[in-house]
Ligand binder design. Sequence first.
Ligand code: GDP
Length: 198
Amino acid sequence: LFRRPWAFVTSVAHLEQLPPEGEIEVAFAGRSNVGKSSLINAITGVNGLARTSNTPGRTQMLNFFAAPESAVTLVDMPGYGYAQAPKSMVDAWTDLVFTYLQGRARLRRVFVLIDSRHGLKANDLEVMGLLDKAAVNYQIVLTKIDKIKPGQLTRVLDETAEKIRKRPAAHPQIIVTSSEKSTGLGEIRAEIFKLSAG
Ligand code: GDP
């Protein structure tokens, strides 16, 4: 699956532009700057596939990636949590994302990326609320673990596990990653492979 050449398919800012559903979709969500583009580029092995360092305030888009003869479509969800985001932008984000989540029968999982230095923030919990409401399975991925000490990692893992324990659509297992050090990439690929095989 991940030996294939992944390529950009389309960007969607309005729901009427959504492409037909692939056989299986797997999406990535997270606060801006969490390391989402870096992780998508790292797991696909395609540099520059997802654009890094999105400019705050830029049009919020869902980006779709596919590989030849693969059942899986990867979806890069627009980053959230910009400090200066006006309410109208937050509302547009929520509309686009929630409608997408509710309407995609073949969306098998959303990886919710959390910066391991910061842990879950209020807007991460809001997004998890949307996922629970839409009954879309999601799994927490801690990013940039090369930036923290082992003791801190243990603490953030414990705190995060406690916070997702009672959430209905949350996968109990947390994946720990560093795009910088290529940590945890195999685990994410294996999860996606399992979803596409099962
Ligand atoms: P996005 O806004 O979520 O797409 O985040 P980016 O992928 O653009 O990353 C934001 C910043 O974090 C960039 O400066 C990256 O170089 C950096 N970054 C991303 N992943 C890692 C990582 O695993 N380790 C470290 N140390 N830095 C990272």
